[in-house]
Design a protein around this ligand. Sequence first.
Ligand SMILES: Nc1nc2c(ncn2[C@@H]2O[C@H](COP(=O)(O)OP(=O)(O)OP(=O)(O)O)[C@@H](O)[C@H]2O)c(=O)[nH]1
Length: 299
Amino acid sequence: MSQDHDQTETTQRTLYSDGPMRAAQRTACVVVIHGEGLGRRLDIGGLPVRIGRTPEADLQIAHKSVSRQHCEIRLDGDRYVVRDLGATNPTRLNDARLEHEQALVDGDQITVGESILKFISHDSVEASYHEEIYQLAIHDALTDLCNRRHFCEMAEKEIGRALRHQRPLALCIIDVDLFKPINDRYGHIQGDDVLRGIATIIRAHARSEDVAARIGGEEFALLLPECDLETTRECAERLRLAVANTSFEIAGDQQQITISIGVAVLAPDRESRSALMATADAALYRAKHAGRNRVCTEA
Ligand SMILES: Nc1nc2c(ncn2[C@@H]2O[C@H](COP(=O)(O)OP(=O)(O)OP(=O)(O)O)[C@@H](O)[C@H]2O)c(=O)[nH]1
């Protein structure tokens, strides 16, 4: 009994000893709990945040039921308020139409088009839970790079941004050469280690604004905002060389592994994600047919 009591006292002291700091770290957030964007979280600090379909929104929900600028949440004194931005499909708060501006309380549900967001007023186990679930949902379990679904979402977002600001955007599709013989000889578990090793090299070559993903079994993608064809080709060449110069230890053997890369940039005849990916894929196909271990750019 007395031990339990001591523990309670210690816990309370630990929790409350840095009271002012805890106040400073307090962060409200909204989490998408239903519909498009499921699991995504938007932290709300001192600056207003906007939710909408536009890629410029702080939380983009790319669904036709959502207006480009749908609603805004901001700190007003010591409370958070939500206001509709003239959405075609007006914002709802706890299933009632939002009137002008309304204060939010913990657990409130904000309906934006067909998505429902939950307002969480401060750092909590629940907010961390949503964050963890979201991270699991967007990452590839084997390599910890983005998974294909999240990559496609990010590519759509970056294409929208690049077109709007007339900025370049490039894509590399990367495929491991002759990976089947590695699997056949050493087994899938060792093959998985090789994929993890290649993912580590790709991550090391990506800038913070690039999106690196595993988009298929032994296929990866790297999206490079603000990069033109020549810069991307050079970057892809550095990546190819880095893999080719790495000695992979597989079941005690030292093995050289190579990759082939197809590069494409956004252009007027390919302004959609599928067209951009198809062009990079075609370049990759040429790299494979030209003998592998090489970078080919769009024709
Ligand atoms: N270990 C492992 N292997 C995988 C995974 N996903 C796909 N593969 C294997 O990757 C291999 C791909 O083989 P292929 O498509 O024939 O291509 P390749 O042997 O790499 O030859 P090229 O692409 O023509 O250079 C197959 O053996 C798949 O089983 C995975 O998650 N882990």
